[in-house]
Design a protein around this ligand. Structure first.
Ligand SMILES: CC(C)(COP(=O)(O)OP(=O)(O)OC[C@H]1O[C@@H](n2cnc3c(N)ncnc32)[C@H](O)[C@@H]1OP(=O)(O)O)[C@@H](O)C(=O)NCCC(=O)NCCS
Length: 178
């Protein structure tokens, strides 16, 4: 009886160790700049966590996201240490530079209840380093968010916004217009 008890305990111990090892391995893969950084194998790994990822995407280390709420199109580049709280829809040919934060989920400051409004980044948009996008915001096609901006309102297509809060500072022409 005692032997079986210990045996069961050992099995549980090994199972837990295996789980912890897998978790450790996943953190190693996702955080390391050296292992699988920006490779299709990393994408395979992220897909296992529930992310939808299109073709030819390059995702660098340190991304944290609510994995199963993130949809990414084709040819998307996500540089180091981005955060996608509460998920987002990111269309084709989008670039997120290092440290960008998409804050889909947050709290209502008056009662601390959880608020959630989807963020959509339309195709060909570029969000530069350390910009923060607040919940419910849509970044228009071909738009550019300058480094360090805090975007509180929708960004029209083919415009550049900058500052805190971000304002339109430039109109950008689409390729067809040039
Ligand atoms: C987006 C970016 C490239 C814009 O450059 P640009 O087209 O040359 O823009 P300009 O310098 O003409 O700036 C236009 C206006 O926006 C302002 N502006 C530009 N970037 C700004 C910023 N990050 N925050 C606040 N204002 C900014 C400028 O002061 C200027 O204002 P003014 O017309 O009153 O003088 C640049 O702002 C940026 O964010 N660079 C960082 C790039 C990056 O993240 N690289 C990482 C590798 S991908």
């Amino acid at each position: 009886m005692r032997f079986r008890y210990y045996f069961r305990g050992t099995r549980r111990f090994i199972k837990n160790r295996k789980r912890k090892f897998l978790l450790w391995l996943s953190e190693l893969f996702l955080d390391s700049e050296y292992i699988l950084d920006g490779t299709p194998k990393r994408n395979w790994f992220l897909k296992r966590l529930g992310m939808e990822i299109g073709e030819n995407c390059k995702i660098d280390s340190g991304l944290w996201a609510d994995w199963s709420r993130v949809k990414i199109g084709n040819n998307v580049l996500i540089r180091e240490n981005c955060r996608i709280w509460g998920g987002a829809i990111i269309e084709d040919d989008v670039v997120l530079s290092a440290g960008v934060q998409l804050l889909t989920a947050g709290h209502n400051p008056s009662d601390m209840s959880v608020v959630f409004a989807p963020i959509i980044v339309h195709k060909k948009a570029w969000i530069a380093t350390n910009a923060i996008i607040l919940s419910g915001v849509e970044i228009g096609e071909g738009a550019c968010v300058a480094a360090g901006s805090v975007v509180t309102k929708n960004v029209p297509p083919y415009t550049m916004v900058a500052g805190v809060p971000a304002k339109v500072v430039k109109n950008l022409k689409s390729k067809e217009d040039k």
